[in-house]
Design a protein around this ligand. Structure first.
Ligand code: SF4
Length: 455
């Protein structure tokens, strides 16, 4: 039987990318992925509401599908993810051409929901948040050739209620997946050629805390790293308050665990951290960075920053700048604050005008660009092992790969290297990447000149 055509548009974070892959795998018995919405029988839009800008993009894309549906009435349109959860019934009222709206906890019912669409139902809204949602094991072929990197969600939801964040309201309370399912999924990915796996969760450091007798996050890292054939292991996102010594020691003790940690700080001002309900101070954050660097001096640390949070004064903003200088982040992801529905911060008085938020954001990014470039210069002159992911800008012979530190490396080389590890000499640091040349024999393994100090 000829399969129907499925087009998936994904917005937002890596967890959404993972969820989209699971949607494709669940529907794969009767649908195959196409590369344009015009070719589709079913369009699924996996949405993100973490920032106002992301949400607006979703609405503008969904609006474009209205005309498509007018030309092709049998086309079905489904909206998944955080905006679907947030909007629920509203979405089909505002956009009656949308056939299906389903939230993150209903994702696993997709085959059943699509069957209902195919039997003629429309306007289906399934956005119930479960007390203890299930994340079933869905294993299948990876679409799009043989990717060398993949994500595995290990938990979902969040219990932290940072005052600016919509996640606990749209993804529900924190739940961890059984370790056996995670291992089985990683094994299946490695069998398909994946060499670099990133474990995902809103706050991976609290993995397993609610399950009695199961492994904690440090133990899970050990278990995943022991999957034969897995060469690189990463995780994201960590909450600074929950990053403990056991996990920090894993960077020194687990060979596969790459020297990169994304540790969102959000602000360098204690007053703003308090208003954000982050439950750590600038000093506690800096202390963890110091302890981590005592274990792995060369580790890359990246972070998220929000500027213009309600109440942020010029002095608070300067505290963030000084924190950036003090830590020496390899890269940051910075955003202007925007109020999100259901959150505590949305009830706070906005004190920073839009133009000032923009000024702070641009200034912060410029400031970090200089610091980040300086950090990347430490790699110049080194021979480093990279995993080659594909072509670089302009196509062959330009290739791009990634170091264990999660830095993109551009170099010229033969096509056969795609999907393989190789060693390159780093010539020059650019603002967010490295330029390399002269491929050394693959046997020369840099291992990223890992300096580890175990007490
Ligand atoms: S830790 Fe805070 S910012 Fe991160 S998902 Fe949970 S509530 Fe949101």
């Amino acid at each position: 039987m000829k399969k129907k055509a499925l087009y998936v548009a994904t917005f937002g974070c890596q967890m959404n990318e993972y969820d989209s892959l699971k949607m494709v795998q669940m529907l794969s018995p009767s649908y195959e992925v196409v590369d344009a919405p015009e070719k589709a029988d079913l369009i699924l839009v996996n949405t993100c509401s973490i920032r106002e800008k992301a949400e607006n993009k979703v609405y503008s894309l969904v609006g474009r599908f209205k005309a498509l549906k007018a030309r092709k009435p049998r086309l079905k349109i489904g909206i998944a993810g955080c905006v679907a959860q947030q909007e629920g019934e509203n979405m089909v009222r505002k956009a009656p051409y949308v056939d299906l709206v389903f939230g993150p906890h209903q994702l696993w019912r997709l085959p059943e929901l699509v069957a209902r669409l195919e039997s003629g139902e429309s306007g289906i809204v399934e956005v119930r948040l479960e007390e203890r949602p299930d994340i079933p094991l869905v294993i299948g072929e990876l679409p799009g050739g043989r990717p060398v990197r993949a994500f595995v969600t290990i938990m979902q939801g969040c219990d932290n209620f940072c005052t600016y964040c919509v996640v606990p309201h749209v993804r529900g309370r924190e739940t961890s997946r059984p370790p056996g399912d995670i291992i089985e999924e990683v094994r299946s990915l490695v069998d398909q050629g994946v060499k670099d796996v990133t474990l995902l969760g809103q706050n991976v450091n609290s993995y397993g805390r609610k399950e009695k007798g199961g492994p904690g996050f440090a133990e899970l890292l050990e278990m995943v790293a022991s999957v034969p054939g897995l060469r690189r292991l990463r995780f994201t996102t960590s909450h600074p308050k929950d990053l403990d010594d056991a996990v920090m020691s894993c960077f020194a003790g687990i060979e596969q665990l790459c020297e990169h940690l994304h540790l969102p700080v959000q602000s360098g001002s204690n007053e703003i951290l308090r208003r954000m309900n982050r439950r750590y101070t600038r000093e506690a954050y800096l202390d963890k960075i110091e302890r981590l660097r005592a274990l792995v001096p060369d580790i890359s640390i990246t972070t998220d920053i929000i500027v213009g949070f309600p109440g942020e004064t010029e002095k608070d903003y300067e505290a963030t700048l000084s924190l950036l200088a003090e830590v020496g982040f390899d890269q940051i992801f910075a955003f202007k604050y925007s109020p999100r529905p259901f959150t505590k911060a949305a009830e706070m008085e906005e004190t920073v005008p839009e133009e000032e938020k923009l000024r702070r954001l641009n200034h912060l990014l410029e400031f970090q660009n200089r610091l980040g470039l300086e950090r990347l210069r430490r790699f110049e002159g080194r021979d480093m092992e990279i995993l080659v992911e594909g072509h670089g800008k302009g196509g062959a012979p330009n290739l791009m790969g990634r170091t264990r530190h999660n830095v993109v490396v551009n170099f010229k080389g033969p096509e056969e290297l795609i999907g393989e590890f190789t060693t390159v000499s780093i010539l020059e640091a650019r603002e967010h990447s490295l330029k390399a040349s002269s491929i050394a024999p693959p046997s020369v393994r840099d291992g990223c000149t890992r300096e580890t100090h175990i007490a």
